[in-house]
Design a protein around this ligand. Structure first.
Ligand code: MG
Length: 297
């Protein structure tokens, strides 16, 4: 199943986004009382969606972010493709590790960064100058667990979608080698367009990610190239730490990010960013100048 939240369809804008199922070129939209996808993910045993729904053509639907009510910060993975780890060497403002990490690198970002799959991405050049893109696969946890062995990890995954871990690199470097601040700017993380449940994904390792800026492919990789595969990420992250239904885990970005390029490519107002995973969908976001600073300093 592909499950989504829909803001408008065929000329009708809903008071609140509606739960929907995407079937190829048709979207089945459920009544307001059906709740949200955040609710559905947290049900003890979510069943296939049934009941009355209203169809709309896919190209006449505007999607909201499929998940918004995350339990805590968005859980994230750093350096999970070695080509991305290595492209940044000497370019991290003195924050390079000595060698490849033996365990995954985790951090979090604030949930207020979430925007929908076609929303503008906020960029404020007074706030930061080095705005960068990072296409990633987001894993949505469906079943609670602690110290989950890798071989049982998929049993705890509800589904997957596309996200972009957009980053203000200059802010990232300014705050003591941690990543929270530079990756938590308001309205900078598109996610969606829908969540594909695991029964509809044949081989997660074969999924291919791409990021395009103004039509130019800047990142392209397969999930199978991850330094630590998704079951290993879940095993390591849940080691002594409970994961809950609705937790969102970003799984890292491949090589090709803007700051590591020569010359650098930094996002500017007017740019169009496309983040996609073949089979999981595509995010299409305009980069827009939005004042986020309240005073000059
Ligand atoms: Mg990232």
């Amino acid at each position: 199943m592909k499950l989504a939240m829909v803001r408008s369809a065929a000329g009708t804008t809903f008071d609140r986004p509606r739960l929907a199922r995407v079937d190829d070129q048709t979207v089945q939209i459920y009544p307001d009382g059906a709740g949200t996808l955040d609710d559905y993910i947290r049900k003890p045993a979510p069943t296939a969606l049934t009941g009355p729904s209203q169809p709309a053509p896919l190209d006449q639907v505007t999607f909201d972010a499929p998940v918004r009510r995350v339990n805590r910060d968005i859980l994230c993975t750093g350096w999970n493709y070695w080509d991305h780890f290595e492209e940044g060497y000497g370019k991290r403002g003195g924050q390079d590790p000595q060698e490849r990490p033996a365990h995954p690198t985790f951090f979090t970002k604030g949930p207020h960064a979430i925007v929908g799959p076609t929303d503008p991405i906020a960029v404020d050049l007074e706030l930061a100058q080095a705005w960068d893109y990072e296409v990633e696969i987001a894993v949505i946890i469906g079943t609670q667990g602690r110290s989950i062995p890798a071989e049982r990890a998929w049993e705890h995954v509800f589904g997957m979608c596309v996200a972009n871990d957009m980053t203000a690199r200059d802010i990232q470097r300014q705050h003591g080698g941690q990543w929270f601040k530079g990756k938590s700017i308001d309205a900078t993380m598109p996610i969606g367009p829908w969540v594909t449940t695991m029964d509809a994904i044949d081989d997660p390792a074969a999924l291919e990610l791409r990021c395009l800026l103004n039509g130019q492919v800047l990142q392209q990789a397969r999930v199978g190239q991850m330094a630590f595969d998704i079951p290993t990420l879940i095993a390591e992250l849940s080691w002594g730490m409970t994961l809950y239904p609705g937790d969102v885990l970003l799984t890292g970005t491949p090589a090709g990010v803007g700051y590591a390029r020569e010359p650098q490519i930094l996002l500017q107002p007017g740019d169009v960013l496309v983040s996609e995973v073949v089979g999981l969908g595509r995010l299409h976001n305009a980069v827009q100048s939005v004042p986020l600073h309240e005073y000059l300093r």
